[in-house]
Ligand binder design. Structure first.
Ligand SMILES: [Zn+2]
Length: 347
């Protein structure tokens, strides 16, 4: 594949020969300088195929702006900053115009417009926009703080939209914060997390999968299913699936944050009285979307769910007690993933 290719040809006024003829609109990978750093980006330009001059290309002003935008976005991606499209997505998440978002965050009227079209935002501004997106309560507090920047009607309409988002994703944000704070000592990839940083979205999807495809999924059983999925994935690919860290406990492997992870939004927890004890049954909250998983992951989830489908908590606990990972660790000790290499074959 060449890096320079034709997008289309069109009859146009050619500024090089000063007459109307067919010009080529082309695209190529090029390098540019943004804030003193070299970035690779795609630039679009016109080529006059009739000219023998060395200068047979030109870029009209509108295209020039688009090229610069792509160069800045390449820089943003390199620096881990929000791209102009991502900023626009944050706005549409709350139904805000560019000047709405600026006003909501207490910035000058055109600040967001500039970030979407001209200037690369600095890290502080980037963090604030990210926070407003991830935590709707933060957006709401800011809206109320800058209420005078909006008409009464506009304020009410935006407030309604944000409070809807607080209900929809606000709890998830808080749950994630809680879980992440319990994993603060496991930010690095190691034998403890299976060489993977905790992936809460993936974890939520896996919990949803098990709630859907296995029977009698109570808390204890779910934790074992998770361990088997992670251990099997580690044995096959040298990485865990979720990044959970498990400890050796009387009822087998128990992940750190076991009390918090069952409140992720893919499942609901129902209290059931069994033999006069309250048990926590995990039921699916929404359809399982298989496209959330790779084929390798699905294969593992299916093996684990099938193997233990009808196991009761006591049976899966007893089964796990025979694993080397359990036999070779002490009470409260973290179970290193390297011991998963010895996992018994699931069938
Ligand atoms: Zn020409």
């Amino acid at each position: 594949m060449t890096n320079d290719y034709l997008i289309k040809s069109a009859e146009m006024d050619c500024p090089i020969c000063n007459k109307v003829h067919s010009l080529e609109l082309r695209k190529r990978l090029t390098q540019g300088l943004v804030k003193g750093e070299v970035v690779n980006y795609e630039e679009v330009y016109y080529l006059c195929p009739l000219s023998d001059e060395e200068e047979n290309e030109f870029v009209p002003a509108g295209l020039m702006d688009e090229n610069l935008l792509r160069a800045r976005d390449a820089y943003r991606i390199q620096k881990g900053l929000l791209t102009s499209n991502e900023i626009a997505e944050i706005r549409s998440f709350y139904g805000l115009t560019q000047s709405d978002l600026s006003a909501l965050l207490g910035w000058g009227d055109v600040t967001v417009t500039r970030y979407e079209s001209k200037t690369v935002q600095d890290e502080t501004y980037d963090n604030i926009m990210r926070m407003a997106f991830e935590n709707p309560m933060f957006a709401l507090e800011n809206l109320d703080r800058h209420k005078e920047r909006f008409t009464e009607d506009r304020y009410k309409r935006i407030r309604k939209k944000i409070t809807d988002k607080v209900e929809e994703v606000g709890n998830l944000y808080l749950k994630k914060q809680e879980i992440n704070s319990l994993y603060v000592n496991f930010q690095e990839e190691s034998d403890y997390n299976g060489f993977k940083k905790l992936d809460i979205e993936k974890l939520a999807n896996i919990i949803g999968y098990f709630a859907h495809f296995a029977n009698n999924v109570f808390k204890v059983k779910l934790m074992k299913l998770l361990w088997y999925a992670d251990a099997l994935h580690f044995r096959r690919y040298g990485r865990s699936m979720t990044g959970l860290v498990y400890k050796h406990r009387p009822y087998g492997a128990l992940p750190i944050a076991f009390d918090e992870i069952i409140y992720l939004p893919t499942v609901r927890v129902i209290e059931e009285i069994i033999y006069e004890d309250i048990s926590y049954k995990i039921v699916p909250n929404k359809q399982v979307n298989v496209s959330d998983f790779s084929l390798e992951e699905l294969n593992i989830l299916e093996s684990v769910a099938t193997k233990f489908k009808n196991y009761r908590a006591r049976e899966i606990v007893n089964y796990m007690h025979e694993e080397k990972a359990y036999l070779e660790t002490e009470e409260y000790e973290i179970i290193p993933y390297s011991l998963a290499k010895e996992l018994r074959e699931l069938r």
